[in-house]
Write a new protein. Sequence first.
Length: 185
Amino acid sequence: MTQNSLSYLGKKIENQPYSRNWSMVPYQLGSGSNRRAMKYSAKPCNQLDNTPQADQFQDPNYLRTAMKKHLDTDVACFEFLIQARDTRTTASTALSVEMATNEWEESETPFFKVATITIPKQDFDKPEQHEFCENLSYTPWHSVFEHRPLGGVNRIRKVVYMSTANLRHSMNAIKPMEPTGNEVF
């Protein structure tokens, strides 16, 4: 298991806008002879004191509560970083796309910033939004070909995520839909 994943076992995230996230499995970057395998990370732009409040974890929706409190008054900002390796490189099994438990050492494949993600101040905690989101389906395969998931773990995720989404849609008696970006709540 990677050092990043081990460090998060049993750890509760206090507040998402101040928590770093990593992909544990690789994705494709580009296409053709220039394609590479990559992993990514979203690192908060601001490293503030993220000490949890004494009673914070008593709320079963504490992450939503913390996010609501944050986005009511401030934007959330993340640096989007990638760790890329050439898919033709086979010298290091540590960089294998099939070995999801191997951490790609930053000394061998350093992260570099490719974008800044800014989530504007907003009121997102509305019943209509909850219902809308509840009926959406997440899959890492919802991507352009040039950024598709790689490796056996991602191939299994494709089947599992599709099956669970189909079951949930069937049980909730809803028709699958995709967001348009024009939704207003």
